[in-house]
Design a protein around this ligand. Structure first.
Ligand code: ADP
Length: 346
């Protein structure tokens, strides 16, 4: 019975959005909870205290509409303010890198093209004249060395810091340079963080306009800690358009919202396929979903990339599209995304 009433209350609340985060007041919203006790509904919304005024109308509307439900005697809306997890990180714990912008490339799911995007985005930024570093934090499957066409081991300099390896004028660091990628490595939580800390603070990055971080897929502790410790300017979320990938992309968006890291935009990868023989567009994984998600989460939709055999070959052979064929349709899309974000940050 209680579940039924709580379900009916959610039916009402999910029509409303948090006025600050724009997230729906539904079961996925971690800042929002409903408790039912003998006819009384207690709703708690975790808010940032400086935005308290913005919740007045919402609280009024929620109370009024929930109390219209037959089973509900009264509804209480309680605004709480926990310290966000981000506030609990001391400055000392945060990585220090001399970069004007630090952007994390994230996807909920693996295999959706996150690293391919990170590589081409980094190279596109370089092409428009910026100083760029690329950090492969995907400790579970580091693919940046291969995609950037880099082999070799970074050397330590006189300050005992590792010197990034450079190709296409982009400074790169990856756990893949330090371990044998074919050896299965079992990375436990603390070991992961230690390795990553080494790759941030133990690297002589120099002065950068952008550090691009290829995050590990998923939204677990490693990703969350990384997002919190990296003084991120913002994040970009990549996904393919089908539901199985989108579900995880939403988790990534929610993770960034939770720790107050702006999601600068969403990108749809493998959005369509242009057939070599008939030259028509096929939407293999469906298309347009990321645009809808961007509207839902009130973030920017930055564009869609086709699924293309040539792009896969270029990645495998370590010649990013934006280097190998800078005038191709795909390279132009990467370049336009890089410019769009750069304009929005300046
Ligand atoms: P992730 O980082 O999300 O695990 P990757 O970037 O490693 O994904 O991509 C997985 C595979 O898909 C790679 O072989 C890559 O070359 C290929 N790939 C990624 N995006 C495209 C695309 N738009 N067209 C064709 N192949 C792609």
């Amino acid at each position: 019975m209680n579940d039924k009433i709580v379900g009916a209350v959610y039916e009402v609340t999910r029509k409303y959005k948090d006025p600050v985060t724009n997230l729906s007041l539904d079961k996925n919203n971690k800042n929002f909870s409903i408790i039912y006790n003998e006819g009384r509904i207690n709703i708690s919304i975790n808010i940032q205290p400086n935005f308290k005024e913005k919740y007045k109308t919402l609280s009024y509307n929620l109370k009024e509409n929930i109390e219209k439900l037959n089973e509900v005697l009264s509804a209480n809306i309680i605004l709480t303010s926990e310290k966000s997890q981000d506030d609990n990180i001391s400055e000392k714990q945060r990585f220090s890198i001399d970069a004007k912008n630090i952007i994390a490339i994230a996807s909920g799911k693996g295999g959706v093209g996150k690293s391919t995007f990170a590589v081409n985005y980094a190279v596109a930024l370089k092409t428009i004249g910026l100083k760029v570093g690329l950090l492969d934090a995907d400790i579970y499957g580091p693919s940046i060395p291969r995609m950037m066409g880099i082999t070799g081991r970074p050397q330590a300099n006189e300050n005992k810091k590792l010197v990034p390896l450079i190709n296409y004028d982009v400074k790169c660091m990856s756990i893949g340079f330090l371990i044998d990628v074919d050896t299965p490595a079992i990375w436990r939580g603390p070991m992961v963080m230690k390795a990553l800390e080494q790759m941030y603070n133990g690297v002589e990055w120099g002065e950068l306009d952008y550090l691009i971080i290829d995050l590990p897929p998923g939204t677990g502790d490693a990703q969350l800690t990384l997002a919190q410790n990296s003084k991120l300017t913002g994040s970009l979320v990549i996904s393919t358009p089908q539901d199985v990938a989108l579900i995880d992309a939403r988790k990534a968006i929610n993770m960034f919202n939770k720790v107050n890291i702006p999601v600068l935009g969403l990108i749809e990868n493998m959005s369509y396929f242009i057939c070599d023989s008939c030259n028509t567009r096929h939407e293999i994984f469906s298309s347009g979903s990321l645009k809808k998600e961007a509207e839902k989460y009130k973030t920017n939709y930055l564009g869609e990339l086709p699924i293309e055999k040539k792009l896969r070959i270029q990645s495998d052979e370590g010649r990013p599209s934006c280097i190998d064929d800078v005038n191709s349709n795909v390279s132009k899309i990467y370049l336009s995304i890089a410019k769009k974000i750069d304009d929005s940050l300046n």
